[in-house]
Ligand binder design. Structure first.
Ligand code: OGA
Ligand code: NI
Length: 334
């Protein structure tokens, strides 16, 4: 397809921007925010470097994940999502998840913030909150996932500081607001090689639901992003994360920033591993447009949905989405 069009942004100058409210925002951070604004307006996608997440941590997580997916099906199914109950965690086999009603050619693991049984949100029976399911056969996976969640949450907060600045908001706008108690979701996907003549998708066309997605991908390629000129590739760049904005940032900005459709087809001939991390608003947060940004206009979305018409909390929105991708599980556990 095409050469690289998505920008690569070094976010290192943002790290300090959420650290201390007493320190004025450095000019370098404002410059990064300017680049983020351009990327969010133009593509809704960009690459992140200077992120400070140790390469060893990503590599260890990728290796541990590959070790898990190589287990016999019966072992993987020991932690199947049916056993995760309302916390909505665990393993699903190939074809177990639907995008736009079609089964995806991928298997995967759902993780989230690790909450103990006595956490008030878990006791209140809040869906998608609770303990993770980790495989007993690959203990190193747990040891990699938990620090990864912490590292990626910190990175996500930094990038959100840049997004806040890019919208002329205080750097701590998200960290003190929507992501003070964020919804953190993390998935590990393994995409089998597409068989010859396969016309389906590893993951079908969709937008992400929340604020921010940070994706680590291996060297197989296959991620495609919608653009006004058609689909463009988001090829692997070692040491980076692909960052894209979700429906809640689209909603907040009245469509000024757009959650951009994307999809995956793994034609590498190898098994593709990807690690999407999602940093989203608190479950109970309503996410109305920012002042002065409500008038996005009647833009037509890929799926005909009007993001502004939705009323309710982010939790309501998320549950409506996950119910569609796992209809059976939704009937059984929610
Ligand atoms: C997602 C997604 C892309 C990938 O999980 O929302 O778009 O490469 N993943 O796995
Ligand atoms: Ni996505």
């Amino acid at each position: 397809m095409t050469h690289l069009v998505l920008p690569v942004i070094d976010v290192a100058p943002l790290a300090g921007a959420v650290a201390d409210p007493a320190i004025p925002v450095p000019a370098a951070a404002l410059a990064v925010a300017g680049r983020i604004q351009e990327a969010c307006r133009e593509h809704g996608f960009f690459y992140v470097t200077g992120h400070g997440v140790p390469a060893m941590l990503v590599a260890e997580l990728a290796e541990a994940s590959a070790e898990f997916f190589a287990l016999p099906a019966v072992d993987k199914l020991e932690i199947s999502m049916e056993r995760g109950g309302r916390a909505w965690r665990g393993y699903f086999p190939v074809g177990g998840e639907l995008t736009s009603g079609q089964p995806d050619l991928k298997e995967g693991l759902y993780f989230g913030a690790e909450l103990a049984d006595d956490d008030p949100r878990v006791r209140a029976g809040l869906p998608l909150h609770g303990r993770n399911l980790f495989p007993r056969q690959v203990p190193r996976l747990r040891d990699a996932v938990l620090p990864y969640l912490d590292a990626m949450t910190a990175l996500g907060q930094s990038v959100l500081a840049g997004i806040a600045l890019s919208l002329s908001l205080d750097a701590r706008y998200f960290a003190d607001g929507y992501t003070a108690d964020p919804t953190v979701l993390f998935r590990v996907f393994s995409y089998p090689p597409a068989p010859p003549g396969f016309h389906g998708w590893g993951v079908g066309e969709h937008t992400d639901y929340g604020l921010l997605t940070l994706l680590a991908q291996d060297d197989c390629g296959g991620l495609q992003v919608a653009s006004p000129d058609g689909w463009i590739d988001a090829p692997p760049i070692p040491g980076t994360f692909v960052c894209n904005i979700g429906d809640m940032l689209d909603r907040l900005t009245g469509g000024w920033y757009r959650s951009t459709p994307h999809r995956v087809r793994n034609v590498s001939g190898r098994t593709r591993l990807s690690l999407p991390f999602f940093l989203d608003p608190g479950f109970a947060d309503e996410v109305p447009p920012l002042p002065g940004r409500a008038a996005g206009g009647g833009r037509h979305r890929w799926d005909g949905q009007d993001l502004r018409a939705f009323t309710g909390t982010y939790g309501d929105y998320l549950l409506g989405k996950v119910a569609k991708v796992f209809p059976q599980l939704q009937r059984d556990v929610l």
